[in-house]
Write a protein that binds this ligand. Structure first.
Ligand SMILES: C[S@@+](CC[C@H](N)C(=O)[O-])C[C@H]1O[C@@H](n2cnc3c(N)ncnc32)[C@H](O)[C@@H]1O
Length: 259
């Protein structure tokens, strides 16, 4: 979980992400982040910030047309996206496993428009609560989640959203097959932690295959990371665009559902 990263990136003098809620959250936590995850690297910290910013920009672009939309954040962890993009009108639903859902409720402040559903994103029961007869719109995000699910689960989640959320979009990040391989072998480490197995991976050239998940998917679009800070920021952005399969940062994709 990258809970350490928002504070690190947001606490910099020139942050790539404006995130006071993450700093507030971090200040209240007593957790040995460096012992567990090692010292944050300049590359990874900024890359994580730019990835979150890219999600925010996609959500904000959707909200520009549909300000009362529901944002469903699958595997939201202790992310603070709600406070970063809140326009005072949207509704936000975090879908998280029970232990983390309970942490979210304990550690983050409540809002009438913020709901946390305890359960697996794969169970799809969260979809029951977000029928959208008034056409306010739904944007689903899966940040740092799908790689930890099985390919069949990923396909099922995307297909169900395409079926049930006409006019909606789905924003996701994915790791390359090369990056995932080491995690499945159990040889990828971050500080003292072995990275959990990433069972779903997709090389950038395979994006268009996502369209096959359901006929209602009308568009599959690569999203560019926003401009970062200094030479490191530029390096992150450029390598993220490379079509090669050894990119170090997750690729960003947006799916659009017709109807
Ligand atoms: C790498 S963290 C990403 C957290 C957050 N989205 C972020 O980017 O900072 C993955 C999160 O997915 C959650 N998760 C894992 N499997 C899940 C599932 N089947 N349904 C819902 N959440 C899940 C974990 O509890 C964890 O919080």
């Amino acid at each position: 979980m990258d809970v350490v990263q928002p504070g690190v990136r947001a606490g910099r003098r020139y942050p790539v992400l404006d995130d006071p809620m993450a700093l507030q959250l971090l200040a209240g936590l007593d957790y040995p982040f460096e012992e567990r995850f090692g010292l944050p690297s300049a590359f990874n910290s900024q890359a994580q910030g730019l990835r979150s910013r890219c999600f925010d920009l996609a959500v904000q672009a959707y909200l520009a047309d549909r300000p009362e939309a529901t944002v469903v954040a699958l595997g939201d962890g202790l992310e603070t996206g709600f406070w970063r993009v809140d326009n005072g009108r949207l509704n936000w639903l975090s879908v998280e496993l029970p232990e983390v859902a309970s942490l979210r409720r304990t550690l983050l402040p409540p809002s009438d428009r913020l709901h946390t559903l305890s359960g697996s994103a794969s169970a799809l029961s969260w979809l029951e609560g977000i029928e959208d007869p008034a056409g306010r719109g739904v944007v689903v995000t899966a940040q740092g989640l799908l790689m930890y699910l099985r390919p069949a689960e990923v396909r099922r989640i995307i297909a169900a959203c395409a079926e049930r959320l006409p006019g909606g979009v789905f924003v996701l990040d994915s790791v390359s097959r090369w990056l995932a391989k080491g995690t499945v072998a159990g040889t990828s480490k971050v500080g003292g932690m072995t990275v959990p197995p990433m069972r779903w991976a997709m090389d950038p050239g395979e994006r268009r295959k996502l369209r096959g998940a359901h006929p209602a998917i009308t568009e599959v679009r690569a999203l560019r990371l926003p401009r970062g800070r200094g030479a490191m920021g530029e390096l992150i952005r450029v390598q993220n665009l490379l079509p090669g399969v050894r990119t170090l940062t997750p690729a960003m994709t947006q799916l659009r559902f017709g109807g």
